[in-house]
Design a protein around this ligand. Structure first.
Ligand SMILES: *Cc1c(COP(=O)(O)O)cnc(C)c1O
Length: 422
């Protein structure tokens, strides 16, 4: 094995990601030239220009009525919560197994995150756990389509409707993923996307918010956009008196919108290649002990922002996961762990300390003391502690079958030589 001085199995490497096309570059240059005569082309304050072009195409492609560009995916999530009037003392349910910002935005509204467990196969929000966590204080749920695999939307929407809570989809990793033939981000009250560095298409940085509800769209404008844009677009007379610069500066950089719009043309094609590479690797890995390829639920189209298999050391004489990972890395496989610690067990929640002075956890508006304990989310905890593996896969946007074969050969080699590692 390479870890013991042998030859590396993997000879190739995937292309670099993000990938900027010649068209992206031409589009940016063109926009800059245009800005000499048309200042909207480099100013985002009033909306219009490249922002409007991206928003129109994004909404049309996804099948949503309104799109609002933002300067990050987290900004989109944050103004979605604010538009739903989530505030002090409100509880928002979010899976314990996700990227921190899915929950961080709840704290930024001075509201209280309540963590739900995940489905052991898809690693997404378990609808039953969601229902168990609902109280009269629950205002919303943030559903994450983690790694690019859609969450179980039918069951989640049923629970949310039954209890009258808002549904916000965190689609930062799932741009282009489909559930029952429809793009994710169009099921809930809001869909929030990221085109930040490293996502499935990029603008450098940026995000997009989708909604089909005009009132929610206008409230989001008030929370995150410049008064010039609020004035230009608000139609609701009851909201107009609130036009002000008291919200966040969350508008997207117009050149980021130009790049994201240019990349959007390639979204389906690049995702299709990611899917083909990933499915091919899954076929190969399914025959190798110690590892189980990621699961794809029926009626779901995975877009493989991250290829995340599961580790079964039990099948490799109890080989610790860290040693397995190091042996694969030595063979040339890019592999690591990702979430590592479920959100409810992280320091800020264990110490119930975020803003100081007890907020939001012990805010006078909090209806009860929400606890964050080991054992609250056993599936998420087990996945972090024992099972999760992560190989990225955003860069698998071209045909990489030979590379997938080399990766699988490395898994095979490590499985065959476990004794050398023990
Ligand atoms: C990347 C990411 C975000 C945040 O997006 P930014 O554009 O980086 O702010 C939120 N949630 C998830 C699941 C993410 O992967």
């Amino acid at each position: 094995m390479a870890i013991n001085g042998g030859e590396r199995t993997v000879k190739d490497s995937p292309p670099k990601w993000p990938f900027v096309t010649d068209e992206d570059i031409e589009a940016v240059v063109k926009a800059l030239r245009k800005s000499r005569d048309d200042p909207r082309y480099l100013s985002a304050a009033g909306g219009g220009g490249p922002l409007e072009e991206l928003e129109r195409e994004f909404a049309r492609k996804m099948g949503a009525t309104y799109a609002l560009s933002t300067n990050s995916g987290a900004a989109a999530l944050h103004i979605a919560l604010a538009a739903c009037e989530v505030g002090p003392g409100d509880e928002v349910i979010v899976p314990a197994y996700t990227w921190g910002q899915s929950a961080g935005v709840i704290l930024h509204q001075n509201a209280i995150p309540v963590f739900a467990d995940i489905d052991p196969k898809t690693y997404n929000l378990d609808p039953q756990s969601l229902e168990e966590r609902i109280t009269e204080r629950t205002k919303a749920v943030i559903v994450v389509h983690l790694y690019g695999h859609p969450a179980d939307m039918d069951a989640i929407l049923d629970v949310a409707e039954k209890h009258g809570i808002f549904v916000i989809e965190d689609c930062a990793q799932a741009l282009g993923a489909k559930y029952k033939g429809r793009y994710v981000g169009t099921f809930g009250h809001f869909g929030c996307f990221s085109v930040g560095d490293g996502k499935n298409i990029i603008g450098g940085e940026g995000g997009v918010l989708l909604t089909n509800d005009r009132n929610l769209y206008e409230r989001a404008l008030l929370e995150g956009m410049h008064p010039a844009r609020q004035n230009a677009e608000l139609t609701d007379d009851s909201l107009k008196p609130y036009v002000d610069a008291l919200g966040h500066t969350y508008r997207m950089h117009p050149l980021a919108a130009v790049i994201a719009r240019s990349q959007l043309k390639h979204l389906d094609e690049w995702n299709e290649m990611r899917r083909r590479n990933a499915e091919y690797l899954s076929t190969l890995l399914s025959k190798i002990p110690g590892v189980e390829p990621p699961f794809v639920a029926p009626h779901c189209e995975h877009v493989y922002h991250q290829y995340s298999p599961s580790y079964f050391g039990e099948q490799l004489k109890g080989l610790p996961r860290e040693r397995f990972i190091r042996a694969l890395q030595a063979e040339g496989v890019p592999i690591w762990t990702y979430v590592n610690v479920p959100l409810h067990l992280r320091r800020r929640f264990q110490e119930r300390k975020f803003y100081g002075k007890g907020c939001p956890f012990d805010c006078p508006h909090a209806g009860r003391r929400v606890e964050y304990r080991e054992g609250d989310c056993p599936v998420a905890e087990e996945r972090c502690k024992k099972r999760e593996l992560n190989m990225g896969s955003t860069s698998w946007f071209v045909d990489l079958r030979p590379l997938m074969e080399q990766y699988a050969a490395a898994f095979q080699k490590v499985a065959e030589n476990v004794d050398e590692l023990l």
